[in-house]
Design a protein around this ligand. Structure first.
Ligand code: PMP
Ligand code: GLN
Length: 378
Protein backbone atom coordinates (compact mmCIF):
# COMPACT_ATOMS: atom_id res chain seq x y z
CA UNK A 1 0.00 0.00 0.00
CA UNK A 2 1.23 3.58 -0.47
CA UNK A 3 3.35 4.68 2.47
CA UNK A 4 2.00 7.57 4.51
CA UNK A 5 5.59 8.64 5.18
CA UNK A 6 7.49 7.70 2.01
CA UNK A 7 10.57 9.73 2.91
CA UNK A 8 10.95 8.50 6.48
CA UNK A 9 13.33 5.75 7.57
CA UNK A 10 14.34 4.66 11.07
CA UNK A 11 15.26 7.53 13.41
CA UNK A 12 18.92 8.46 13.63
CA UNK A 13 18.81 7.79 17.38
CA UNK A 14 17.85 4.16 16.91
CA UNK A 15 20.34 3.74 14.08
CA UNK A 16 23.25 5.20 16.06
CA UNK A 17 22.45 3.32 19.27
CA UNK A 18 22.40 0.06 17.32
CA UNK A 19 25.76 0.90 15.72
CA UNK A 20 27.18 1.86 19.13
CA UNK A 21 26.13 -1.53 20.53
CA UNK A 22 27.48 -3.38 17.49
CA UNK A 23 30.88 -1.70 17.77
CA UNK A 24 30.96 -1.64 21.58
CA UNK A 25 31.37 2.11 21.33
CA UNK A 26 30.92 4.75 24.00
CA UNK A 27 27.41 5.93 23.18
CA UNK A 28 27.18 9.73 23.24
CA UNK A 29 24.62 9.64 20.41
CA UNK A 30 21.04 9.13 21.53
CA UNK A 31 20.14 11.44 24.41
CA UNK A 32 19.67 9.41 27.57
CA UNK A 33 21.52 9.05 30.88
CA UNK A 34 23.71 5.98 31.43
CA UNK A 35 23.22 6.32 35.19
CA UNK A 36 20.27 5.54 37.42
CA UNK A 37 17.63 7.83 38.86
CA UNK A 38 17.21 8.84 42.49
CA UNK A 39 16.30 5.73 44.55
CA UNK A 40 13.66 7.86 46.29
CA UNK A 41 11.82 8.08 42.99
CA UNK A 42 11.95 4.30 42.60
CA UNK A 43 10.61 3.93 46.15
CA UNK A 44 7.79 6.36 45.41
CA UNK A 45 6.73 4.33 42.35
CA UNK A 46 7.04 1.08 44.26
CA UNK A 47 4.93 2.51 47.08
CA UNK A 48 2.32 3.63 44.57
CA UNK A 49 2.09 0.13 43.06
CA UNK A 50 1.85 -1.52 46.48
CA UNK A 51 -0.77 0.99 47.55
CA UNK A 52 -2.85 -0.39 44.69
CA UNK A 53 -2.52 2.45 42.19
CA UNK A 54 -2.52 0.09 39.24
CA UNK A 55 -5.78 0.73 37.40
CA UNK A 56 -6.63 3.46 34.91
CA UNK A 57 -6.02 6.93 36.28
CA UNK A 58 -8.24 9.77 35.06
CA UNK A 59 -7.97 10.30 31.30
CA UNK A 60 -6.29 13.69 31.89
CA UNK A 61 -3.65 12.32 34.27
CA UNK A 62 -3.09 11.64 37.97
CA UNK A 63 -4.58 14.67 39.79
CA UNK A 64 -1.74 15.14 42.29
CA UNK A 65 0.78 15.11 39.42
CA UNK A 66 -1.18 17.72 37.48
CA UNK A 67 -1.27 19.84 40.63
CA UNK A 68 2.47 19.42 41.21
CA UNK A 69 3.16 20.50 37.62
CA UNK A 70 0.88 23.56 37.91
CA UNK A 71 2.59 24.56 41.18
CA UNK A 72 6.03 24.15 39.62
CA UNK A 73 5.16 26.34 36.61
CA UNK A 74 3.65 29.01 38.83
CA UNK A 75 6.68 29.07 41.14
CA UNK A 76 9.15 29.26 38.25
CA UNK A 77 7.32 31.45 35.75
CA UNK A 78 4.47 33.18 37.60
CA UNK A 79 1.61 31.92 35.47
CA UNK A 80 -1.26 29.98 37.01
CA UNK A 81 -2.49 26.94 35.12
CA UNK A 82 -5.62 25.23 36.36
CA UNK A 83 -4.58 21.64 37.10
CA UNK A 84 -8.04 20.32 36.21
CA UNK A 85 -8.57 22.02 32.87
CA UNK A 86 -5.15 23.16 31.66
CA UNK A 87 -2.59 20.43 32.46
CA UNK A 88 -2.57 16.97 30.85
CA UNK A 89 -0.17 14.09 31.49
CA UNK A 90 1.12 12.40 28.33
CA UNK A 91 3.21 9.42 27.26
CA UNK A 92 6.32 11.55 26.99
CA UNK A 93 6.81 14.71 24.99
CA UNK A 94 6.70 12.69 21.78
CA UNK A 95 3.05 11.72 22.22
CA UNK A 96 2.24 15.21 23.45
CA UNK A 97 3.59 16.81 20.27
CA UNK A 98 1.91 14.36 17.90
CA UNK A 99 -1.39 14.76 19.73
CA UNK A 100 -1.19 18.58 19.63
CA UNK A 101 -0.57 18.45 15.90
CA UNK A 102 -3.36 15.96 15.24
CA UNK A 103 -5.73 18.10 17.32
CA UNK A 104 -4.94 21.40 15.61
CA UNK A 105 -3.68 20.87 12.06
CA UNK A 106 -6.22 20.47 9.27
CA UNK A 107 -5.40 19.10 5.85
CA UNK A 108 -3.29 21.64 3.98
CA UNK A 109 -2.53 23.78 7.03
CA UNK A 110 1.02 25.03 7.26
CA UNK A 111 3.20 24.53 10.33
CA UNK A 112 6.44 26.48 10.73
CA UNK A 113 9.39 24.62 12.22
CA UNK A 114 12.83 26.13 12.78
CA UNK A 115 15.64 24.08 11.28
CA UNK A 116 17.47 22.24 12.76
CA UNK A 117 14.54 20.72 14.64
CA UNK A 118 13.73 17.56 16.56
CA UNK A 119 13.13 14.77 14.10
CA UNK A 120 9.55 13.91 15.04
CA UNK A 121 8.00 17.28 14.21
CA UNK A 122 7.89 17.10 10.43
CA UNK A 123 6.62 13.50 10.11
CA UNK A 124 3.96 14.38 12.73
CA UNK A 125 2.83 17.34 10.62
CA UNK A 126 2.72 15.20 7.49
CA UNK A 127 0.69 12.49 9.22
CA UNK A 128 -1.88 15.15 10.09
CA UNK A 129 -2.10 16.17 6.42
CA UNK A 130 -0.30 19.43 7.10
CA UNK A 131 2.58 21.06 5.28
CA UNK A 132 5.82 21.64 7.18
CA UNK A 133 7.48 24.96 6.37
CA UNK A 134 11.11 24.80 7.42
CA UNK A 135 12.62 28.15 8.36
CA UNK A 136 16.34 27.99 9.11
CA UNK A 137 17.81 29.29 12.33
CA UNK A 138 20.79 31.53 11.55
CA UNK A 139 23.61 29.24 10.38
CA UNK A 140 26.50 29.25 12.83
CA UNK A 141 24.76 30.96 15.76
CA UNK A 142 21.42 29.07 15.58
CA UNK A 143 19.59 32.27 16.60
CA UNK A 144 15.98 32.71 15.40
CA UNK A 145 15.66 34.96 12.35
CA UNK A 146 12.41 36.85 12.90
CA UNK A 147 12.35 38.38 9.44
CA UNK A 148 12.46 34.88 7.95
CA UNK A 149 9.79 33.61 10.35
CA UNK A 150 7.55 36.58 9.53
CA UNK A 151 8.03 36.01 5.81
CA UNK A 152 6.98 32.36 6.18
CA UNK A 153 3.60 33.17 7.77
CA UNK A 154 0.67 32.85 5.34
CA UNK A 155 -3.12 32.71 5.80
CA UNK A 156 -2.74 28.90 5.96
CA UNK A 157 -0.24 28.93 8.88
CA UNK A 158 -1.78 27.24 11.90
CA UNK A 159 1.12 26.50 14.21
CA UNK A 160 4.69 27.49 14.96
CA UNK A 161 6.94 25.05 16.85
CA UNK A 162 9.79 26.40 18.96
CA UNK A 163 12.22 24.54 21.23
CA UNK A 164 14.33 26.16 23.96
CA UNK A 165 16.69 24.92 25.34
CA UNK A 166 17.31 23.66 21.85
CA UNK A 167 18.07 20.16 20.66
CA UNK A 168 20.50 19.84 18.89
CA UNK A 169 22.27 23.24 19.03
CA UNK A 170 22.24 23.59 22.87
CA UNK A 171 21.28 27.28 22.56
CA UNK A 172 18.57 28.94 24.67
CA UNK A 173 16.28 31.79 23.65
CA UNK A 174 16.86 35.18 25.28
CA UNK A 175 14.23 37.43 26.81
CA UNK A 176 14.59 39.80 23.85
CA UNK A 177 13.90 36.92 21.45
CA UNK A 178 10.87 35.72 23.40
CA UNK A 179 9.51 39.29 23.35
CA UNK A 180 10.19 39.60 19.65
CA UNK A 181 8.26 36.41 19.05
CA UNK A 182 5.41 37.70 21.20
CA UNK A 183 5.27 40.91 19.13
CA UNK A 184 5.49 38.99 15.87
CA UNK A 185 2.60 36.69 16.77
CA UNK A 186 0.40 39.42 18.32
CA UNK A 187 -1.46 40.30 15.12
CA UNK A 188 -1.86 36.63 14.07
CA UNK A 189 -4.04 33.76 15.22
CA UNK A 190 -1.21 31.21 15.10
CA UNK A 191 -0.93 28.70 17.89
CA UNK A 192 2.46 27.89 19.39
CA UNK A 193 4.04 24.61 20.41
CA UNK A 194 6.75 25.41 22.95
CA UNK A 195 8.91 22.32 23.38
CA UNK A 196 10.58 22.87 26.75
CA UNK A 197 11.72 19.34 27.57
CA UNK A 198 15.17 20.61 28.63
CA UNK A 199 13.69 23.36 30.86
CA UNK A 200 15.75 22.33 33.89
CA UNK A 201 19.12 22.25 32.10
CA UNK A 202 20.42 25.80 31.64
CA UNK A 203 23.94 26.85 32.50
CA UNK A 204 26.25 29.65 33.62
CA UNK A 205 23.56 31.36 35.69
CA UNK A 206 21.05 31.67 32.84
CA UNK A 207 17.35 31.15 33.46
CA UNK A 208 14.96 29.11 31.35
CA UNK A 209 12.41 31.49 29.85
CA UNK A 210 9.23 29.53 29.39
CA UNK A 211 6.53 30.69 27.00
CA UNK A 212 4.39 30.67 30.17
CA UNK A 213 6.07 33.94 31.21
CA UNK A 214 4.90 35.89 28.19
CA UNK A 215 1.12 36.48 28.19
CA UNK A 216 0.95 36.93 24.43
CA UNK A 217 2.66 33.56 23.96
CA UNK A 218 1.03 31.67 26.84
CA UNK A 219 -2.49 32.44 25.63
CA UNK A 220 -1.78 30.59 22.35
CA UNK A 221 0.76 28.00 23.56
CA UNK A 222 0.90 24.32 24.20
CA UNK A 223 3.88 24.02 26.55
CA UNK A 224 5.44 20.58 26.44
CA UNK A 225 7.81 19.00 28.96
CA UNK A 226 9.14 15.56 29.85
CA UNK A 227 9.81 13.91 33.21
CA UNK A 228 12.16 11.54 31.40
CA UNK A 229 14.70 14.33 30.90
CA UNK A 230 14.27 15.98 34.28
CA UNK A 231 14.43 12.88 36.48
CA UNK A 232 16.81 10.64 34.47
CA UNK A 233 14.05 8.21 33.42
CA UNK A 234 13.72 8.57 29.65
CA UNK A 235 12.32 5.04 29.44
CA UNK A 236 9.29 5.85 31.54
CA UNK A 237 7.84 8.05 28.81
CA UNK A 238 5.83 10.46 30.94
CA UNK A 239 5.41 14.09 29.92
CA UNK A 240 3.06 17.06 30.21
CA UNK A 241 1.18 19.62 28.19
CA UNK A 242 0.15 22.92 29.76
CA UNK A 243 -2.25 25.00 27.65
CA UNK A 244 -5.21 27.37 28.11
CA UNK A 245 -8.47 25.53 28.79
CA UNK A 246 -9.90 25.95 25.28
CA UNK A 247 -6.75 24.51 23.71
CA UNK A 248 -6.53 21.75 26.33
CA UNK A 249 -10.12 20.73 25.61
CA UNK A 250 -9.28 20.16 21.94
CA UNK A 251 -6.04 18.41 22.88
CA UNK A 252 -7.88 15.99 25.17
CA UNK A 253 -10.40 15.08 22.47
CA UNK A 254 -7.53 13.47 20.59
CA UNK A 255 -5.51 12.33 23.60
CA UNK A 256 -8.41 10.19 24.88
CA UNK A 257 -8.45 8.21 21.64
CA UNK A 258 -4.70 8.19 21.21
CA UNK A 259 -3.46 6.71 24.50
CA UNK A 260 -6.53 7.52 26.68
CA UNK A 261 -4.17 7.94 29.64
CA UNK A 262 -0.69 7.19 30.96
CA UNK A 263 0.53 4.49 33.35
CA UNK A 264 -0.65 5.08 36.91
CA UNK A 265 2.21 4.10 39.26
CA UNK A 266 4.79 6.25 37.50
CA UNK A 267 2.44 9.23 37.68
CA UNK A 268 1.62 8.66 41.35
CA UNK A 269 5.29 8.14 42.19
CA UNK A 270 6.34 11.27 40.30
CA UNK A 271 3.66 13.29 42.12
CA UNK A 272 5.00 12.13 45.46
CA UNK A 273 8.63 12.71 44.47
CA UNK A 274 7.94 16.23 43.18
CA UNK A 275 6.90 17.40 46.64
CA UNK A 276 10.61 18.12 47.06
CA UNK A 277 11.74 20.64 44.43
CA UNK A 278 15.48 20.13 45.12
CA UNK A 279 16.07 17.45 42.45
CA UNK A 280 14.89 19.60 39.56
CA UNK A 281 16.22 22.85 41.00
CA UNK A 282 19.69 21.27 41.30
CA UNK A 283 19.68 19.68 37.85
CA UNK A 284 21.42 22.53 36.05
CA UNK A 285 24.36 22.48 38.49
CA UNK A 286 24.56 18.69 38.16
CA UNK A 287 24.73 18.81 34.37
CA UNK A 288 26.93 21.91 34.21
CA UNK A 289 29.64 19.93 36.01
CA UNK A 290 29.30 17.14 33.42
CA UNK A 291 29.42 19.61 30.54
CA UNK A 292 32.59 21.14 31.96
CA UNK A 293 34.22 17.78 32.60
CA UNK A 294 33.57 16.68 29.02
CA UNK A 295 34.63 19.97 27.42
CA UNK A 296 37.81 20.12 29.53
CA UNK A 297 38.52 16.53 28.50
CA UNK A 298 38.41 17.65 24.88
CA UNK A 299 41.00 20.39 25.37
CA UNK A 300 43.81 19.74 22.94
CA UNK A 301 41.62 17.74 20.56
CA UNK A 302 41.06 18.87 16.99
CA UNK A 303 37.33 19.22 17.54
CA UNK A 304 36.04 22.80 17.71
CA UNK A 305 33.57 22.81 20.59
CA UNK A 306 30.50 25.04 20.26
CA UNK A 307 29.01 26.65 23.38
CA UNK A 308 26.35 24.79 25.37
CA UNK A 309 23.90 27.15 27.11
CA UNK A 310 21.30 24.47 27.83
CA UNK A 311 20.26 20.81 27.19
CA UNK A 312 22.59 17.86 27.78
CA UNK A 313 24.28 18.16 24.40
CA UNK A 314 27.58 19.58 23.17
CA UNK A 315 28.09 20.23 19.48
CA UNK A 316 31.46 20.16 17.79
CA UNK A 317 32.72 21.31 14.42
CA UNK A 318 34.65 18.37 12.97
CA UNK A 319 35.96 20.03 9.81
CA UNK A 320 39.56 20.13 11.01
CA UNK A 321 39.51 16.39 11.79
CA UNK A 322 38.24 15.00 8.51
CA UNK A 323 36.81 15.82 5.11
CA UNK A 324 33.87 13.46 5.54
CA UNK A 325 30.39 14.90 5.69
CA UNK A 326 28.68 14.76 9.09
CA UNK A 327 26.79 11.56 8.55
CA UNK A 328 29.87 9.76 7.17
CA UNK A 329 31.96 11.21 9.97
CA UNK A 330 29.61 9.72 12.58
CA UNK A 331 29.77 6.33 10.87
CA UNK A 332 33.58 6.50 10.80
CA UNK A 333 33.75 7.70 14.40
CA UNK A 334 31.66 4.86 15.78
CA UNK A 335 33.34 2.16 13.66
CA UNK A 336 36.96 3.28 13.86
CA UNK A 337 37.17 5.19 17.12
CA UNK A 338 34.40 3.69 19.22
CA UNK A 339 32.39 6.85 19.98
CA UNK A 340 28.80 7.37 18.85
CA UNK A 341 27.56 10.90 18.01
CA UNK A 342 24.65 12.34 16.03
CA UNK A 343 25.16 14.35 12.80
CA UNK A 344 23.28 17.66 12.88
CA UNK A 345 22.17 17.04 9.30
CA UNK A 346 19.62 14.57 10.74
CA UNK A 347 17.72 17.58 12.11
CA UNK A 348 17.43 19.39 8.76
CA UNK A 349 15.04 18.77 5.91
CA UNK A 350 17.59 18.83 3.12
CA UNK A 351 20.46 17.12 4.93
CA UNK A 352 22.27 20.50 5.20
CA UNK A 353 25.84 19.71 6.19
CA UNK A 354 27.84 22.15 8.30
CA UNK A 355 30.34 19.55 9.59
CA UNK A 356 28.89 19.67 13.08
CA UNK A 357 28.02 16.67 15.27
CA UNK A 358 26.23 16.37 18.62
CA UNK A 359 27.49 14.56 21.73
CA UNK A 360 25.25 13.79 24.73
CA UNK A 361 26.93 14.37 28.10
CA UNK A 362 24.18 12.83 30.27
CA UNK A 363 26.69 10.15 31.18
CA UNK A 364 28.70 8.91 34.14
CA UNK A 365 31.92 10.87 34.61
CA UNK A 366 33.92 7.75 33.71
CA UNK A 367 32.00 7.45 30.43
CA UNK A 368 32.75 11.08 29.57
CA UNK A 369 36.43 10.67 30.45
CA UNK A 370 36.69 7.52 28.31
CA UNK A 371 34.97 9.22 25.37
CA UNK A 372 37.12 12.35 25.65
CA UNK A 373 40.26 10.22 25.66
CA UNK A 374 39.22 8.60 22.37
CA UNK A 375 38.22 11.93 20.86
CA UNK A 376 41.53 13.57 21.76
CA UNK A 377 43.25 11.02 19.54
CA UNK A 378 41.36 11.99 16.40
N1 PMP B 1 11.48 17.11 22.08
C1 PMP B 1 12.81 17.19 22.11
C2 PMP B 1 13.46 18.46 21.67
C3 PMP B 1 13.58 16.10 22.54
O1 PMP B 1 14.90 16.19 22.54
C4 PMP B 1 12.92 14.93 22.95
C5 PMP B 1 13.71 13.74 23.46
N2 PMP B 1 14.77 13.38 22.68
C6 PMP B 1 11.54 14.88 22.90
C7 PMP B 1 10.85 15.99 22.45
C8 PMP B 1 10.79 13.65 23.29
O2 PMP B 1 10.71 13.50 24.66
P1 PMP B 1 10.12 12.16 25.33
O3 PMP B 1 11.25 11.24 25.49
O4 PMP B 1 9.54 12.64 26.63
O5 PMP B 1 9.07 11.64 24.42
N1 GLN C 1 15.54 12.96 22.35
C1 GLN C 1 16.66 12.09 22.22
C2 GLN C 1 17.74 12.73 21.40
O1 GLN C 1 17.59 13.77 20.84
C3 GLN C 1 16.32 10.77 21.59
C4 GLN C 1 14.92 10.32 21.69
C5 GLN C 1 14.70 9.17 20.77
O2 GLN C 1 15.50 8.28 20.69
N2 GLN C 1 13.62 9.20 20.08
O3 GLN C 1 18.78 12.15 21.34
Amino acid sequence: FPSKLPNVGTTIFTVMSALAAEHKAVNLGQGFPDFGCDPKLLDAVNDAMRAGHNQYPPMTGWPALREAVAAKIEAAHGRQYDAASEITITAGATQAILTIILATVHKGDEVIVLDPCYDSYVPNIELAGGVAVRVPLTPGSFRPDFAKIAAAITPRTRLLIINSPHNPSATIWTDAEMRQLEALLAPTNLMLVSDEVYEHMVYDGAQHLSSARYPGLAERAFIVSSFGKTFHVTGWKVGTVAAPAALTAEFRKVHQFNVFTVNTPMQAGLAQYMQDPAPYLNLSAFYQAKRDLFVQGLAGSRLKILPTAGTYFVCADVSSVSNLNEAEFCQWLVREHGVAAIPLSAFYGNGFDQRVVRFCFAKKDETLIAAAERLRKL
